[in-house]
Write a protein that binds this ligand. Structure first.
Ligand code: DX5
Ligand code: ZN
Length: 216
């Protein structure tokens, strides 16, 4: 199984965004996680295309875009054009997940779906075969710095079983409340990609923190 860290730039210093992205570019993190919020699907607004283009220009790492927006189908293509490698939309935000996946694939990116803490992961099993990634939210989407919801690990295990039983080529990502303190049990539950915002950017030395998280 892979072990990938995807630092979330939601916790970066936006006054020094380029410096922070350059730090991630040098770091052991293979991905950069980009949280897009629209003030409708979640009670917060983050950033959009202009910030995406700064990130894309500054690093060649895999750009992992997490869309916390209503009706994501309106913008999927534009995020891929702005440099997204993975585009993940929310299961709860669309009534046509299969079309969304097909649209992301048609413009050459990988497609992910995310489920909020209150959504059973089984709800996405009927289109799991078409996905490149499932993102399990381990906090309520909208804000960095919240506490990890322990029940998320059961969801990860159920999803891991379903993926392995069917031989699907689908990554499991988890997002929210993860640090060196709990990352080992997260990886042990079957996660491939860990998103980390405050634990990376709040660390005295973020680059060292990423290495520690990979080596627990
Ligand atoms: C929350 C975002 C997360 C967030 C994680 O809505 O999806 O990516 O930045 O932050 P931490 O790691 O601080 O919980
Ligand atoms: Zn996220």
């Amino acid at each position: 199984m892979k072990r990938i860290i995807a630092p979330s730039i939601l916790s970066a210093d936006f006054g020094n965004l380029q410096r922070d992205i350059e730090m991630l570019d040098r770091s052991a993190a293979e991905w950069v996680h980009i949280d897009v919020m629209d003030g409708d699907f979640v009670p917060n607004i983050s950033f959009g295309f202009p910030v995406m283009s700064v990130v894309r220009k500054t690093t060649r790492k895999v750009l992992d875009v997490h869309l916390m927006i209503s009706h994501p189908e309106r913008y999927l293509r534009r995020f891929v054009e702005a440099g997204a490698d993975y585009v993940t939309f929310h299961h709860e935000a669309t009534s046509a997940p299969r079309q969304a996946i097909a649209e992301i694939h048609s413009v050459g990116a990988k497609a992910g779906v995310s489920v909020k803490p209150a959504t059973a992961v089984e709800e996405i099993f009927d289109y799991l075969a078409e996905l490149d990634m499932v993102l399990i939210m381990s906090v309520e989407p909208g804000f960095g710095g919240q506490s990890f919801i322990p029940e998320s690990l059961d969801k990860v295990r159920r999803l891991r079983d379903e993926i392995d039983r069917n031989g699907y080529n689908c990554l499991i990502e988890i997002d929210g409340g993860i640090s060196v303190k709990n990352i080992r049990e997260v990886f042990d539950a079957g996660v491939d990609v860990v998103v980390a915002g405050s634990s990376v950017f709040g660390a005295e030395n973020p680059e060292e923190e990423i290495v520690k998280m990979l080596n627990v």
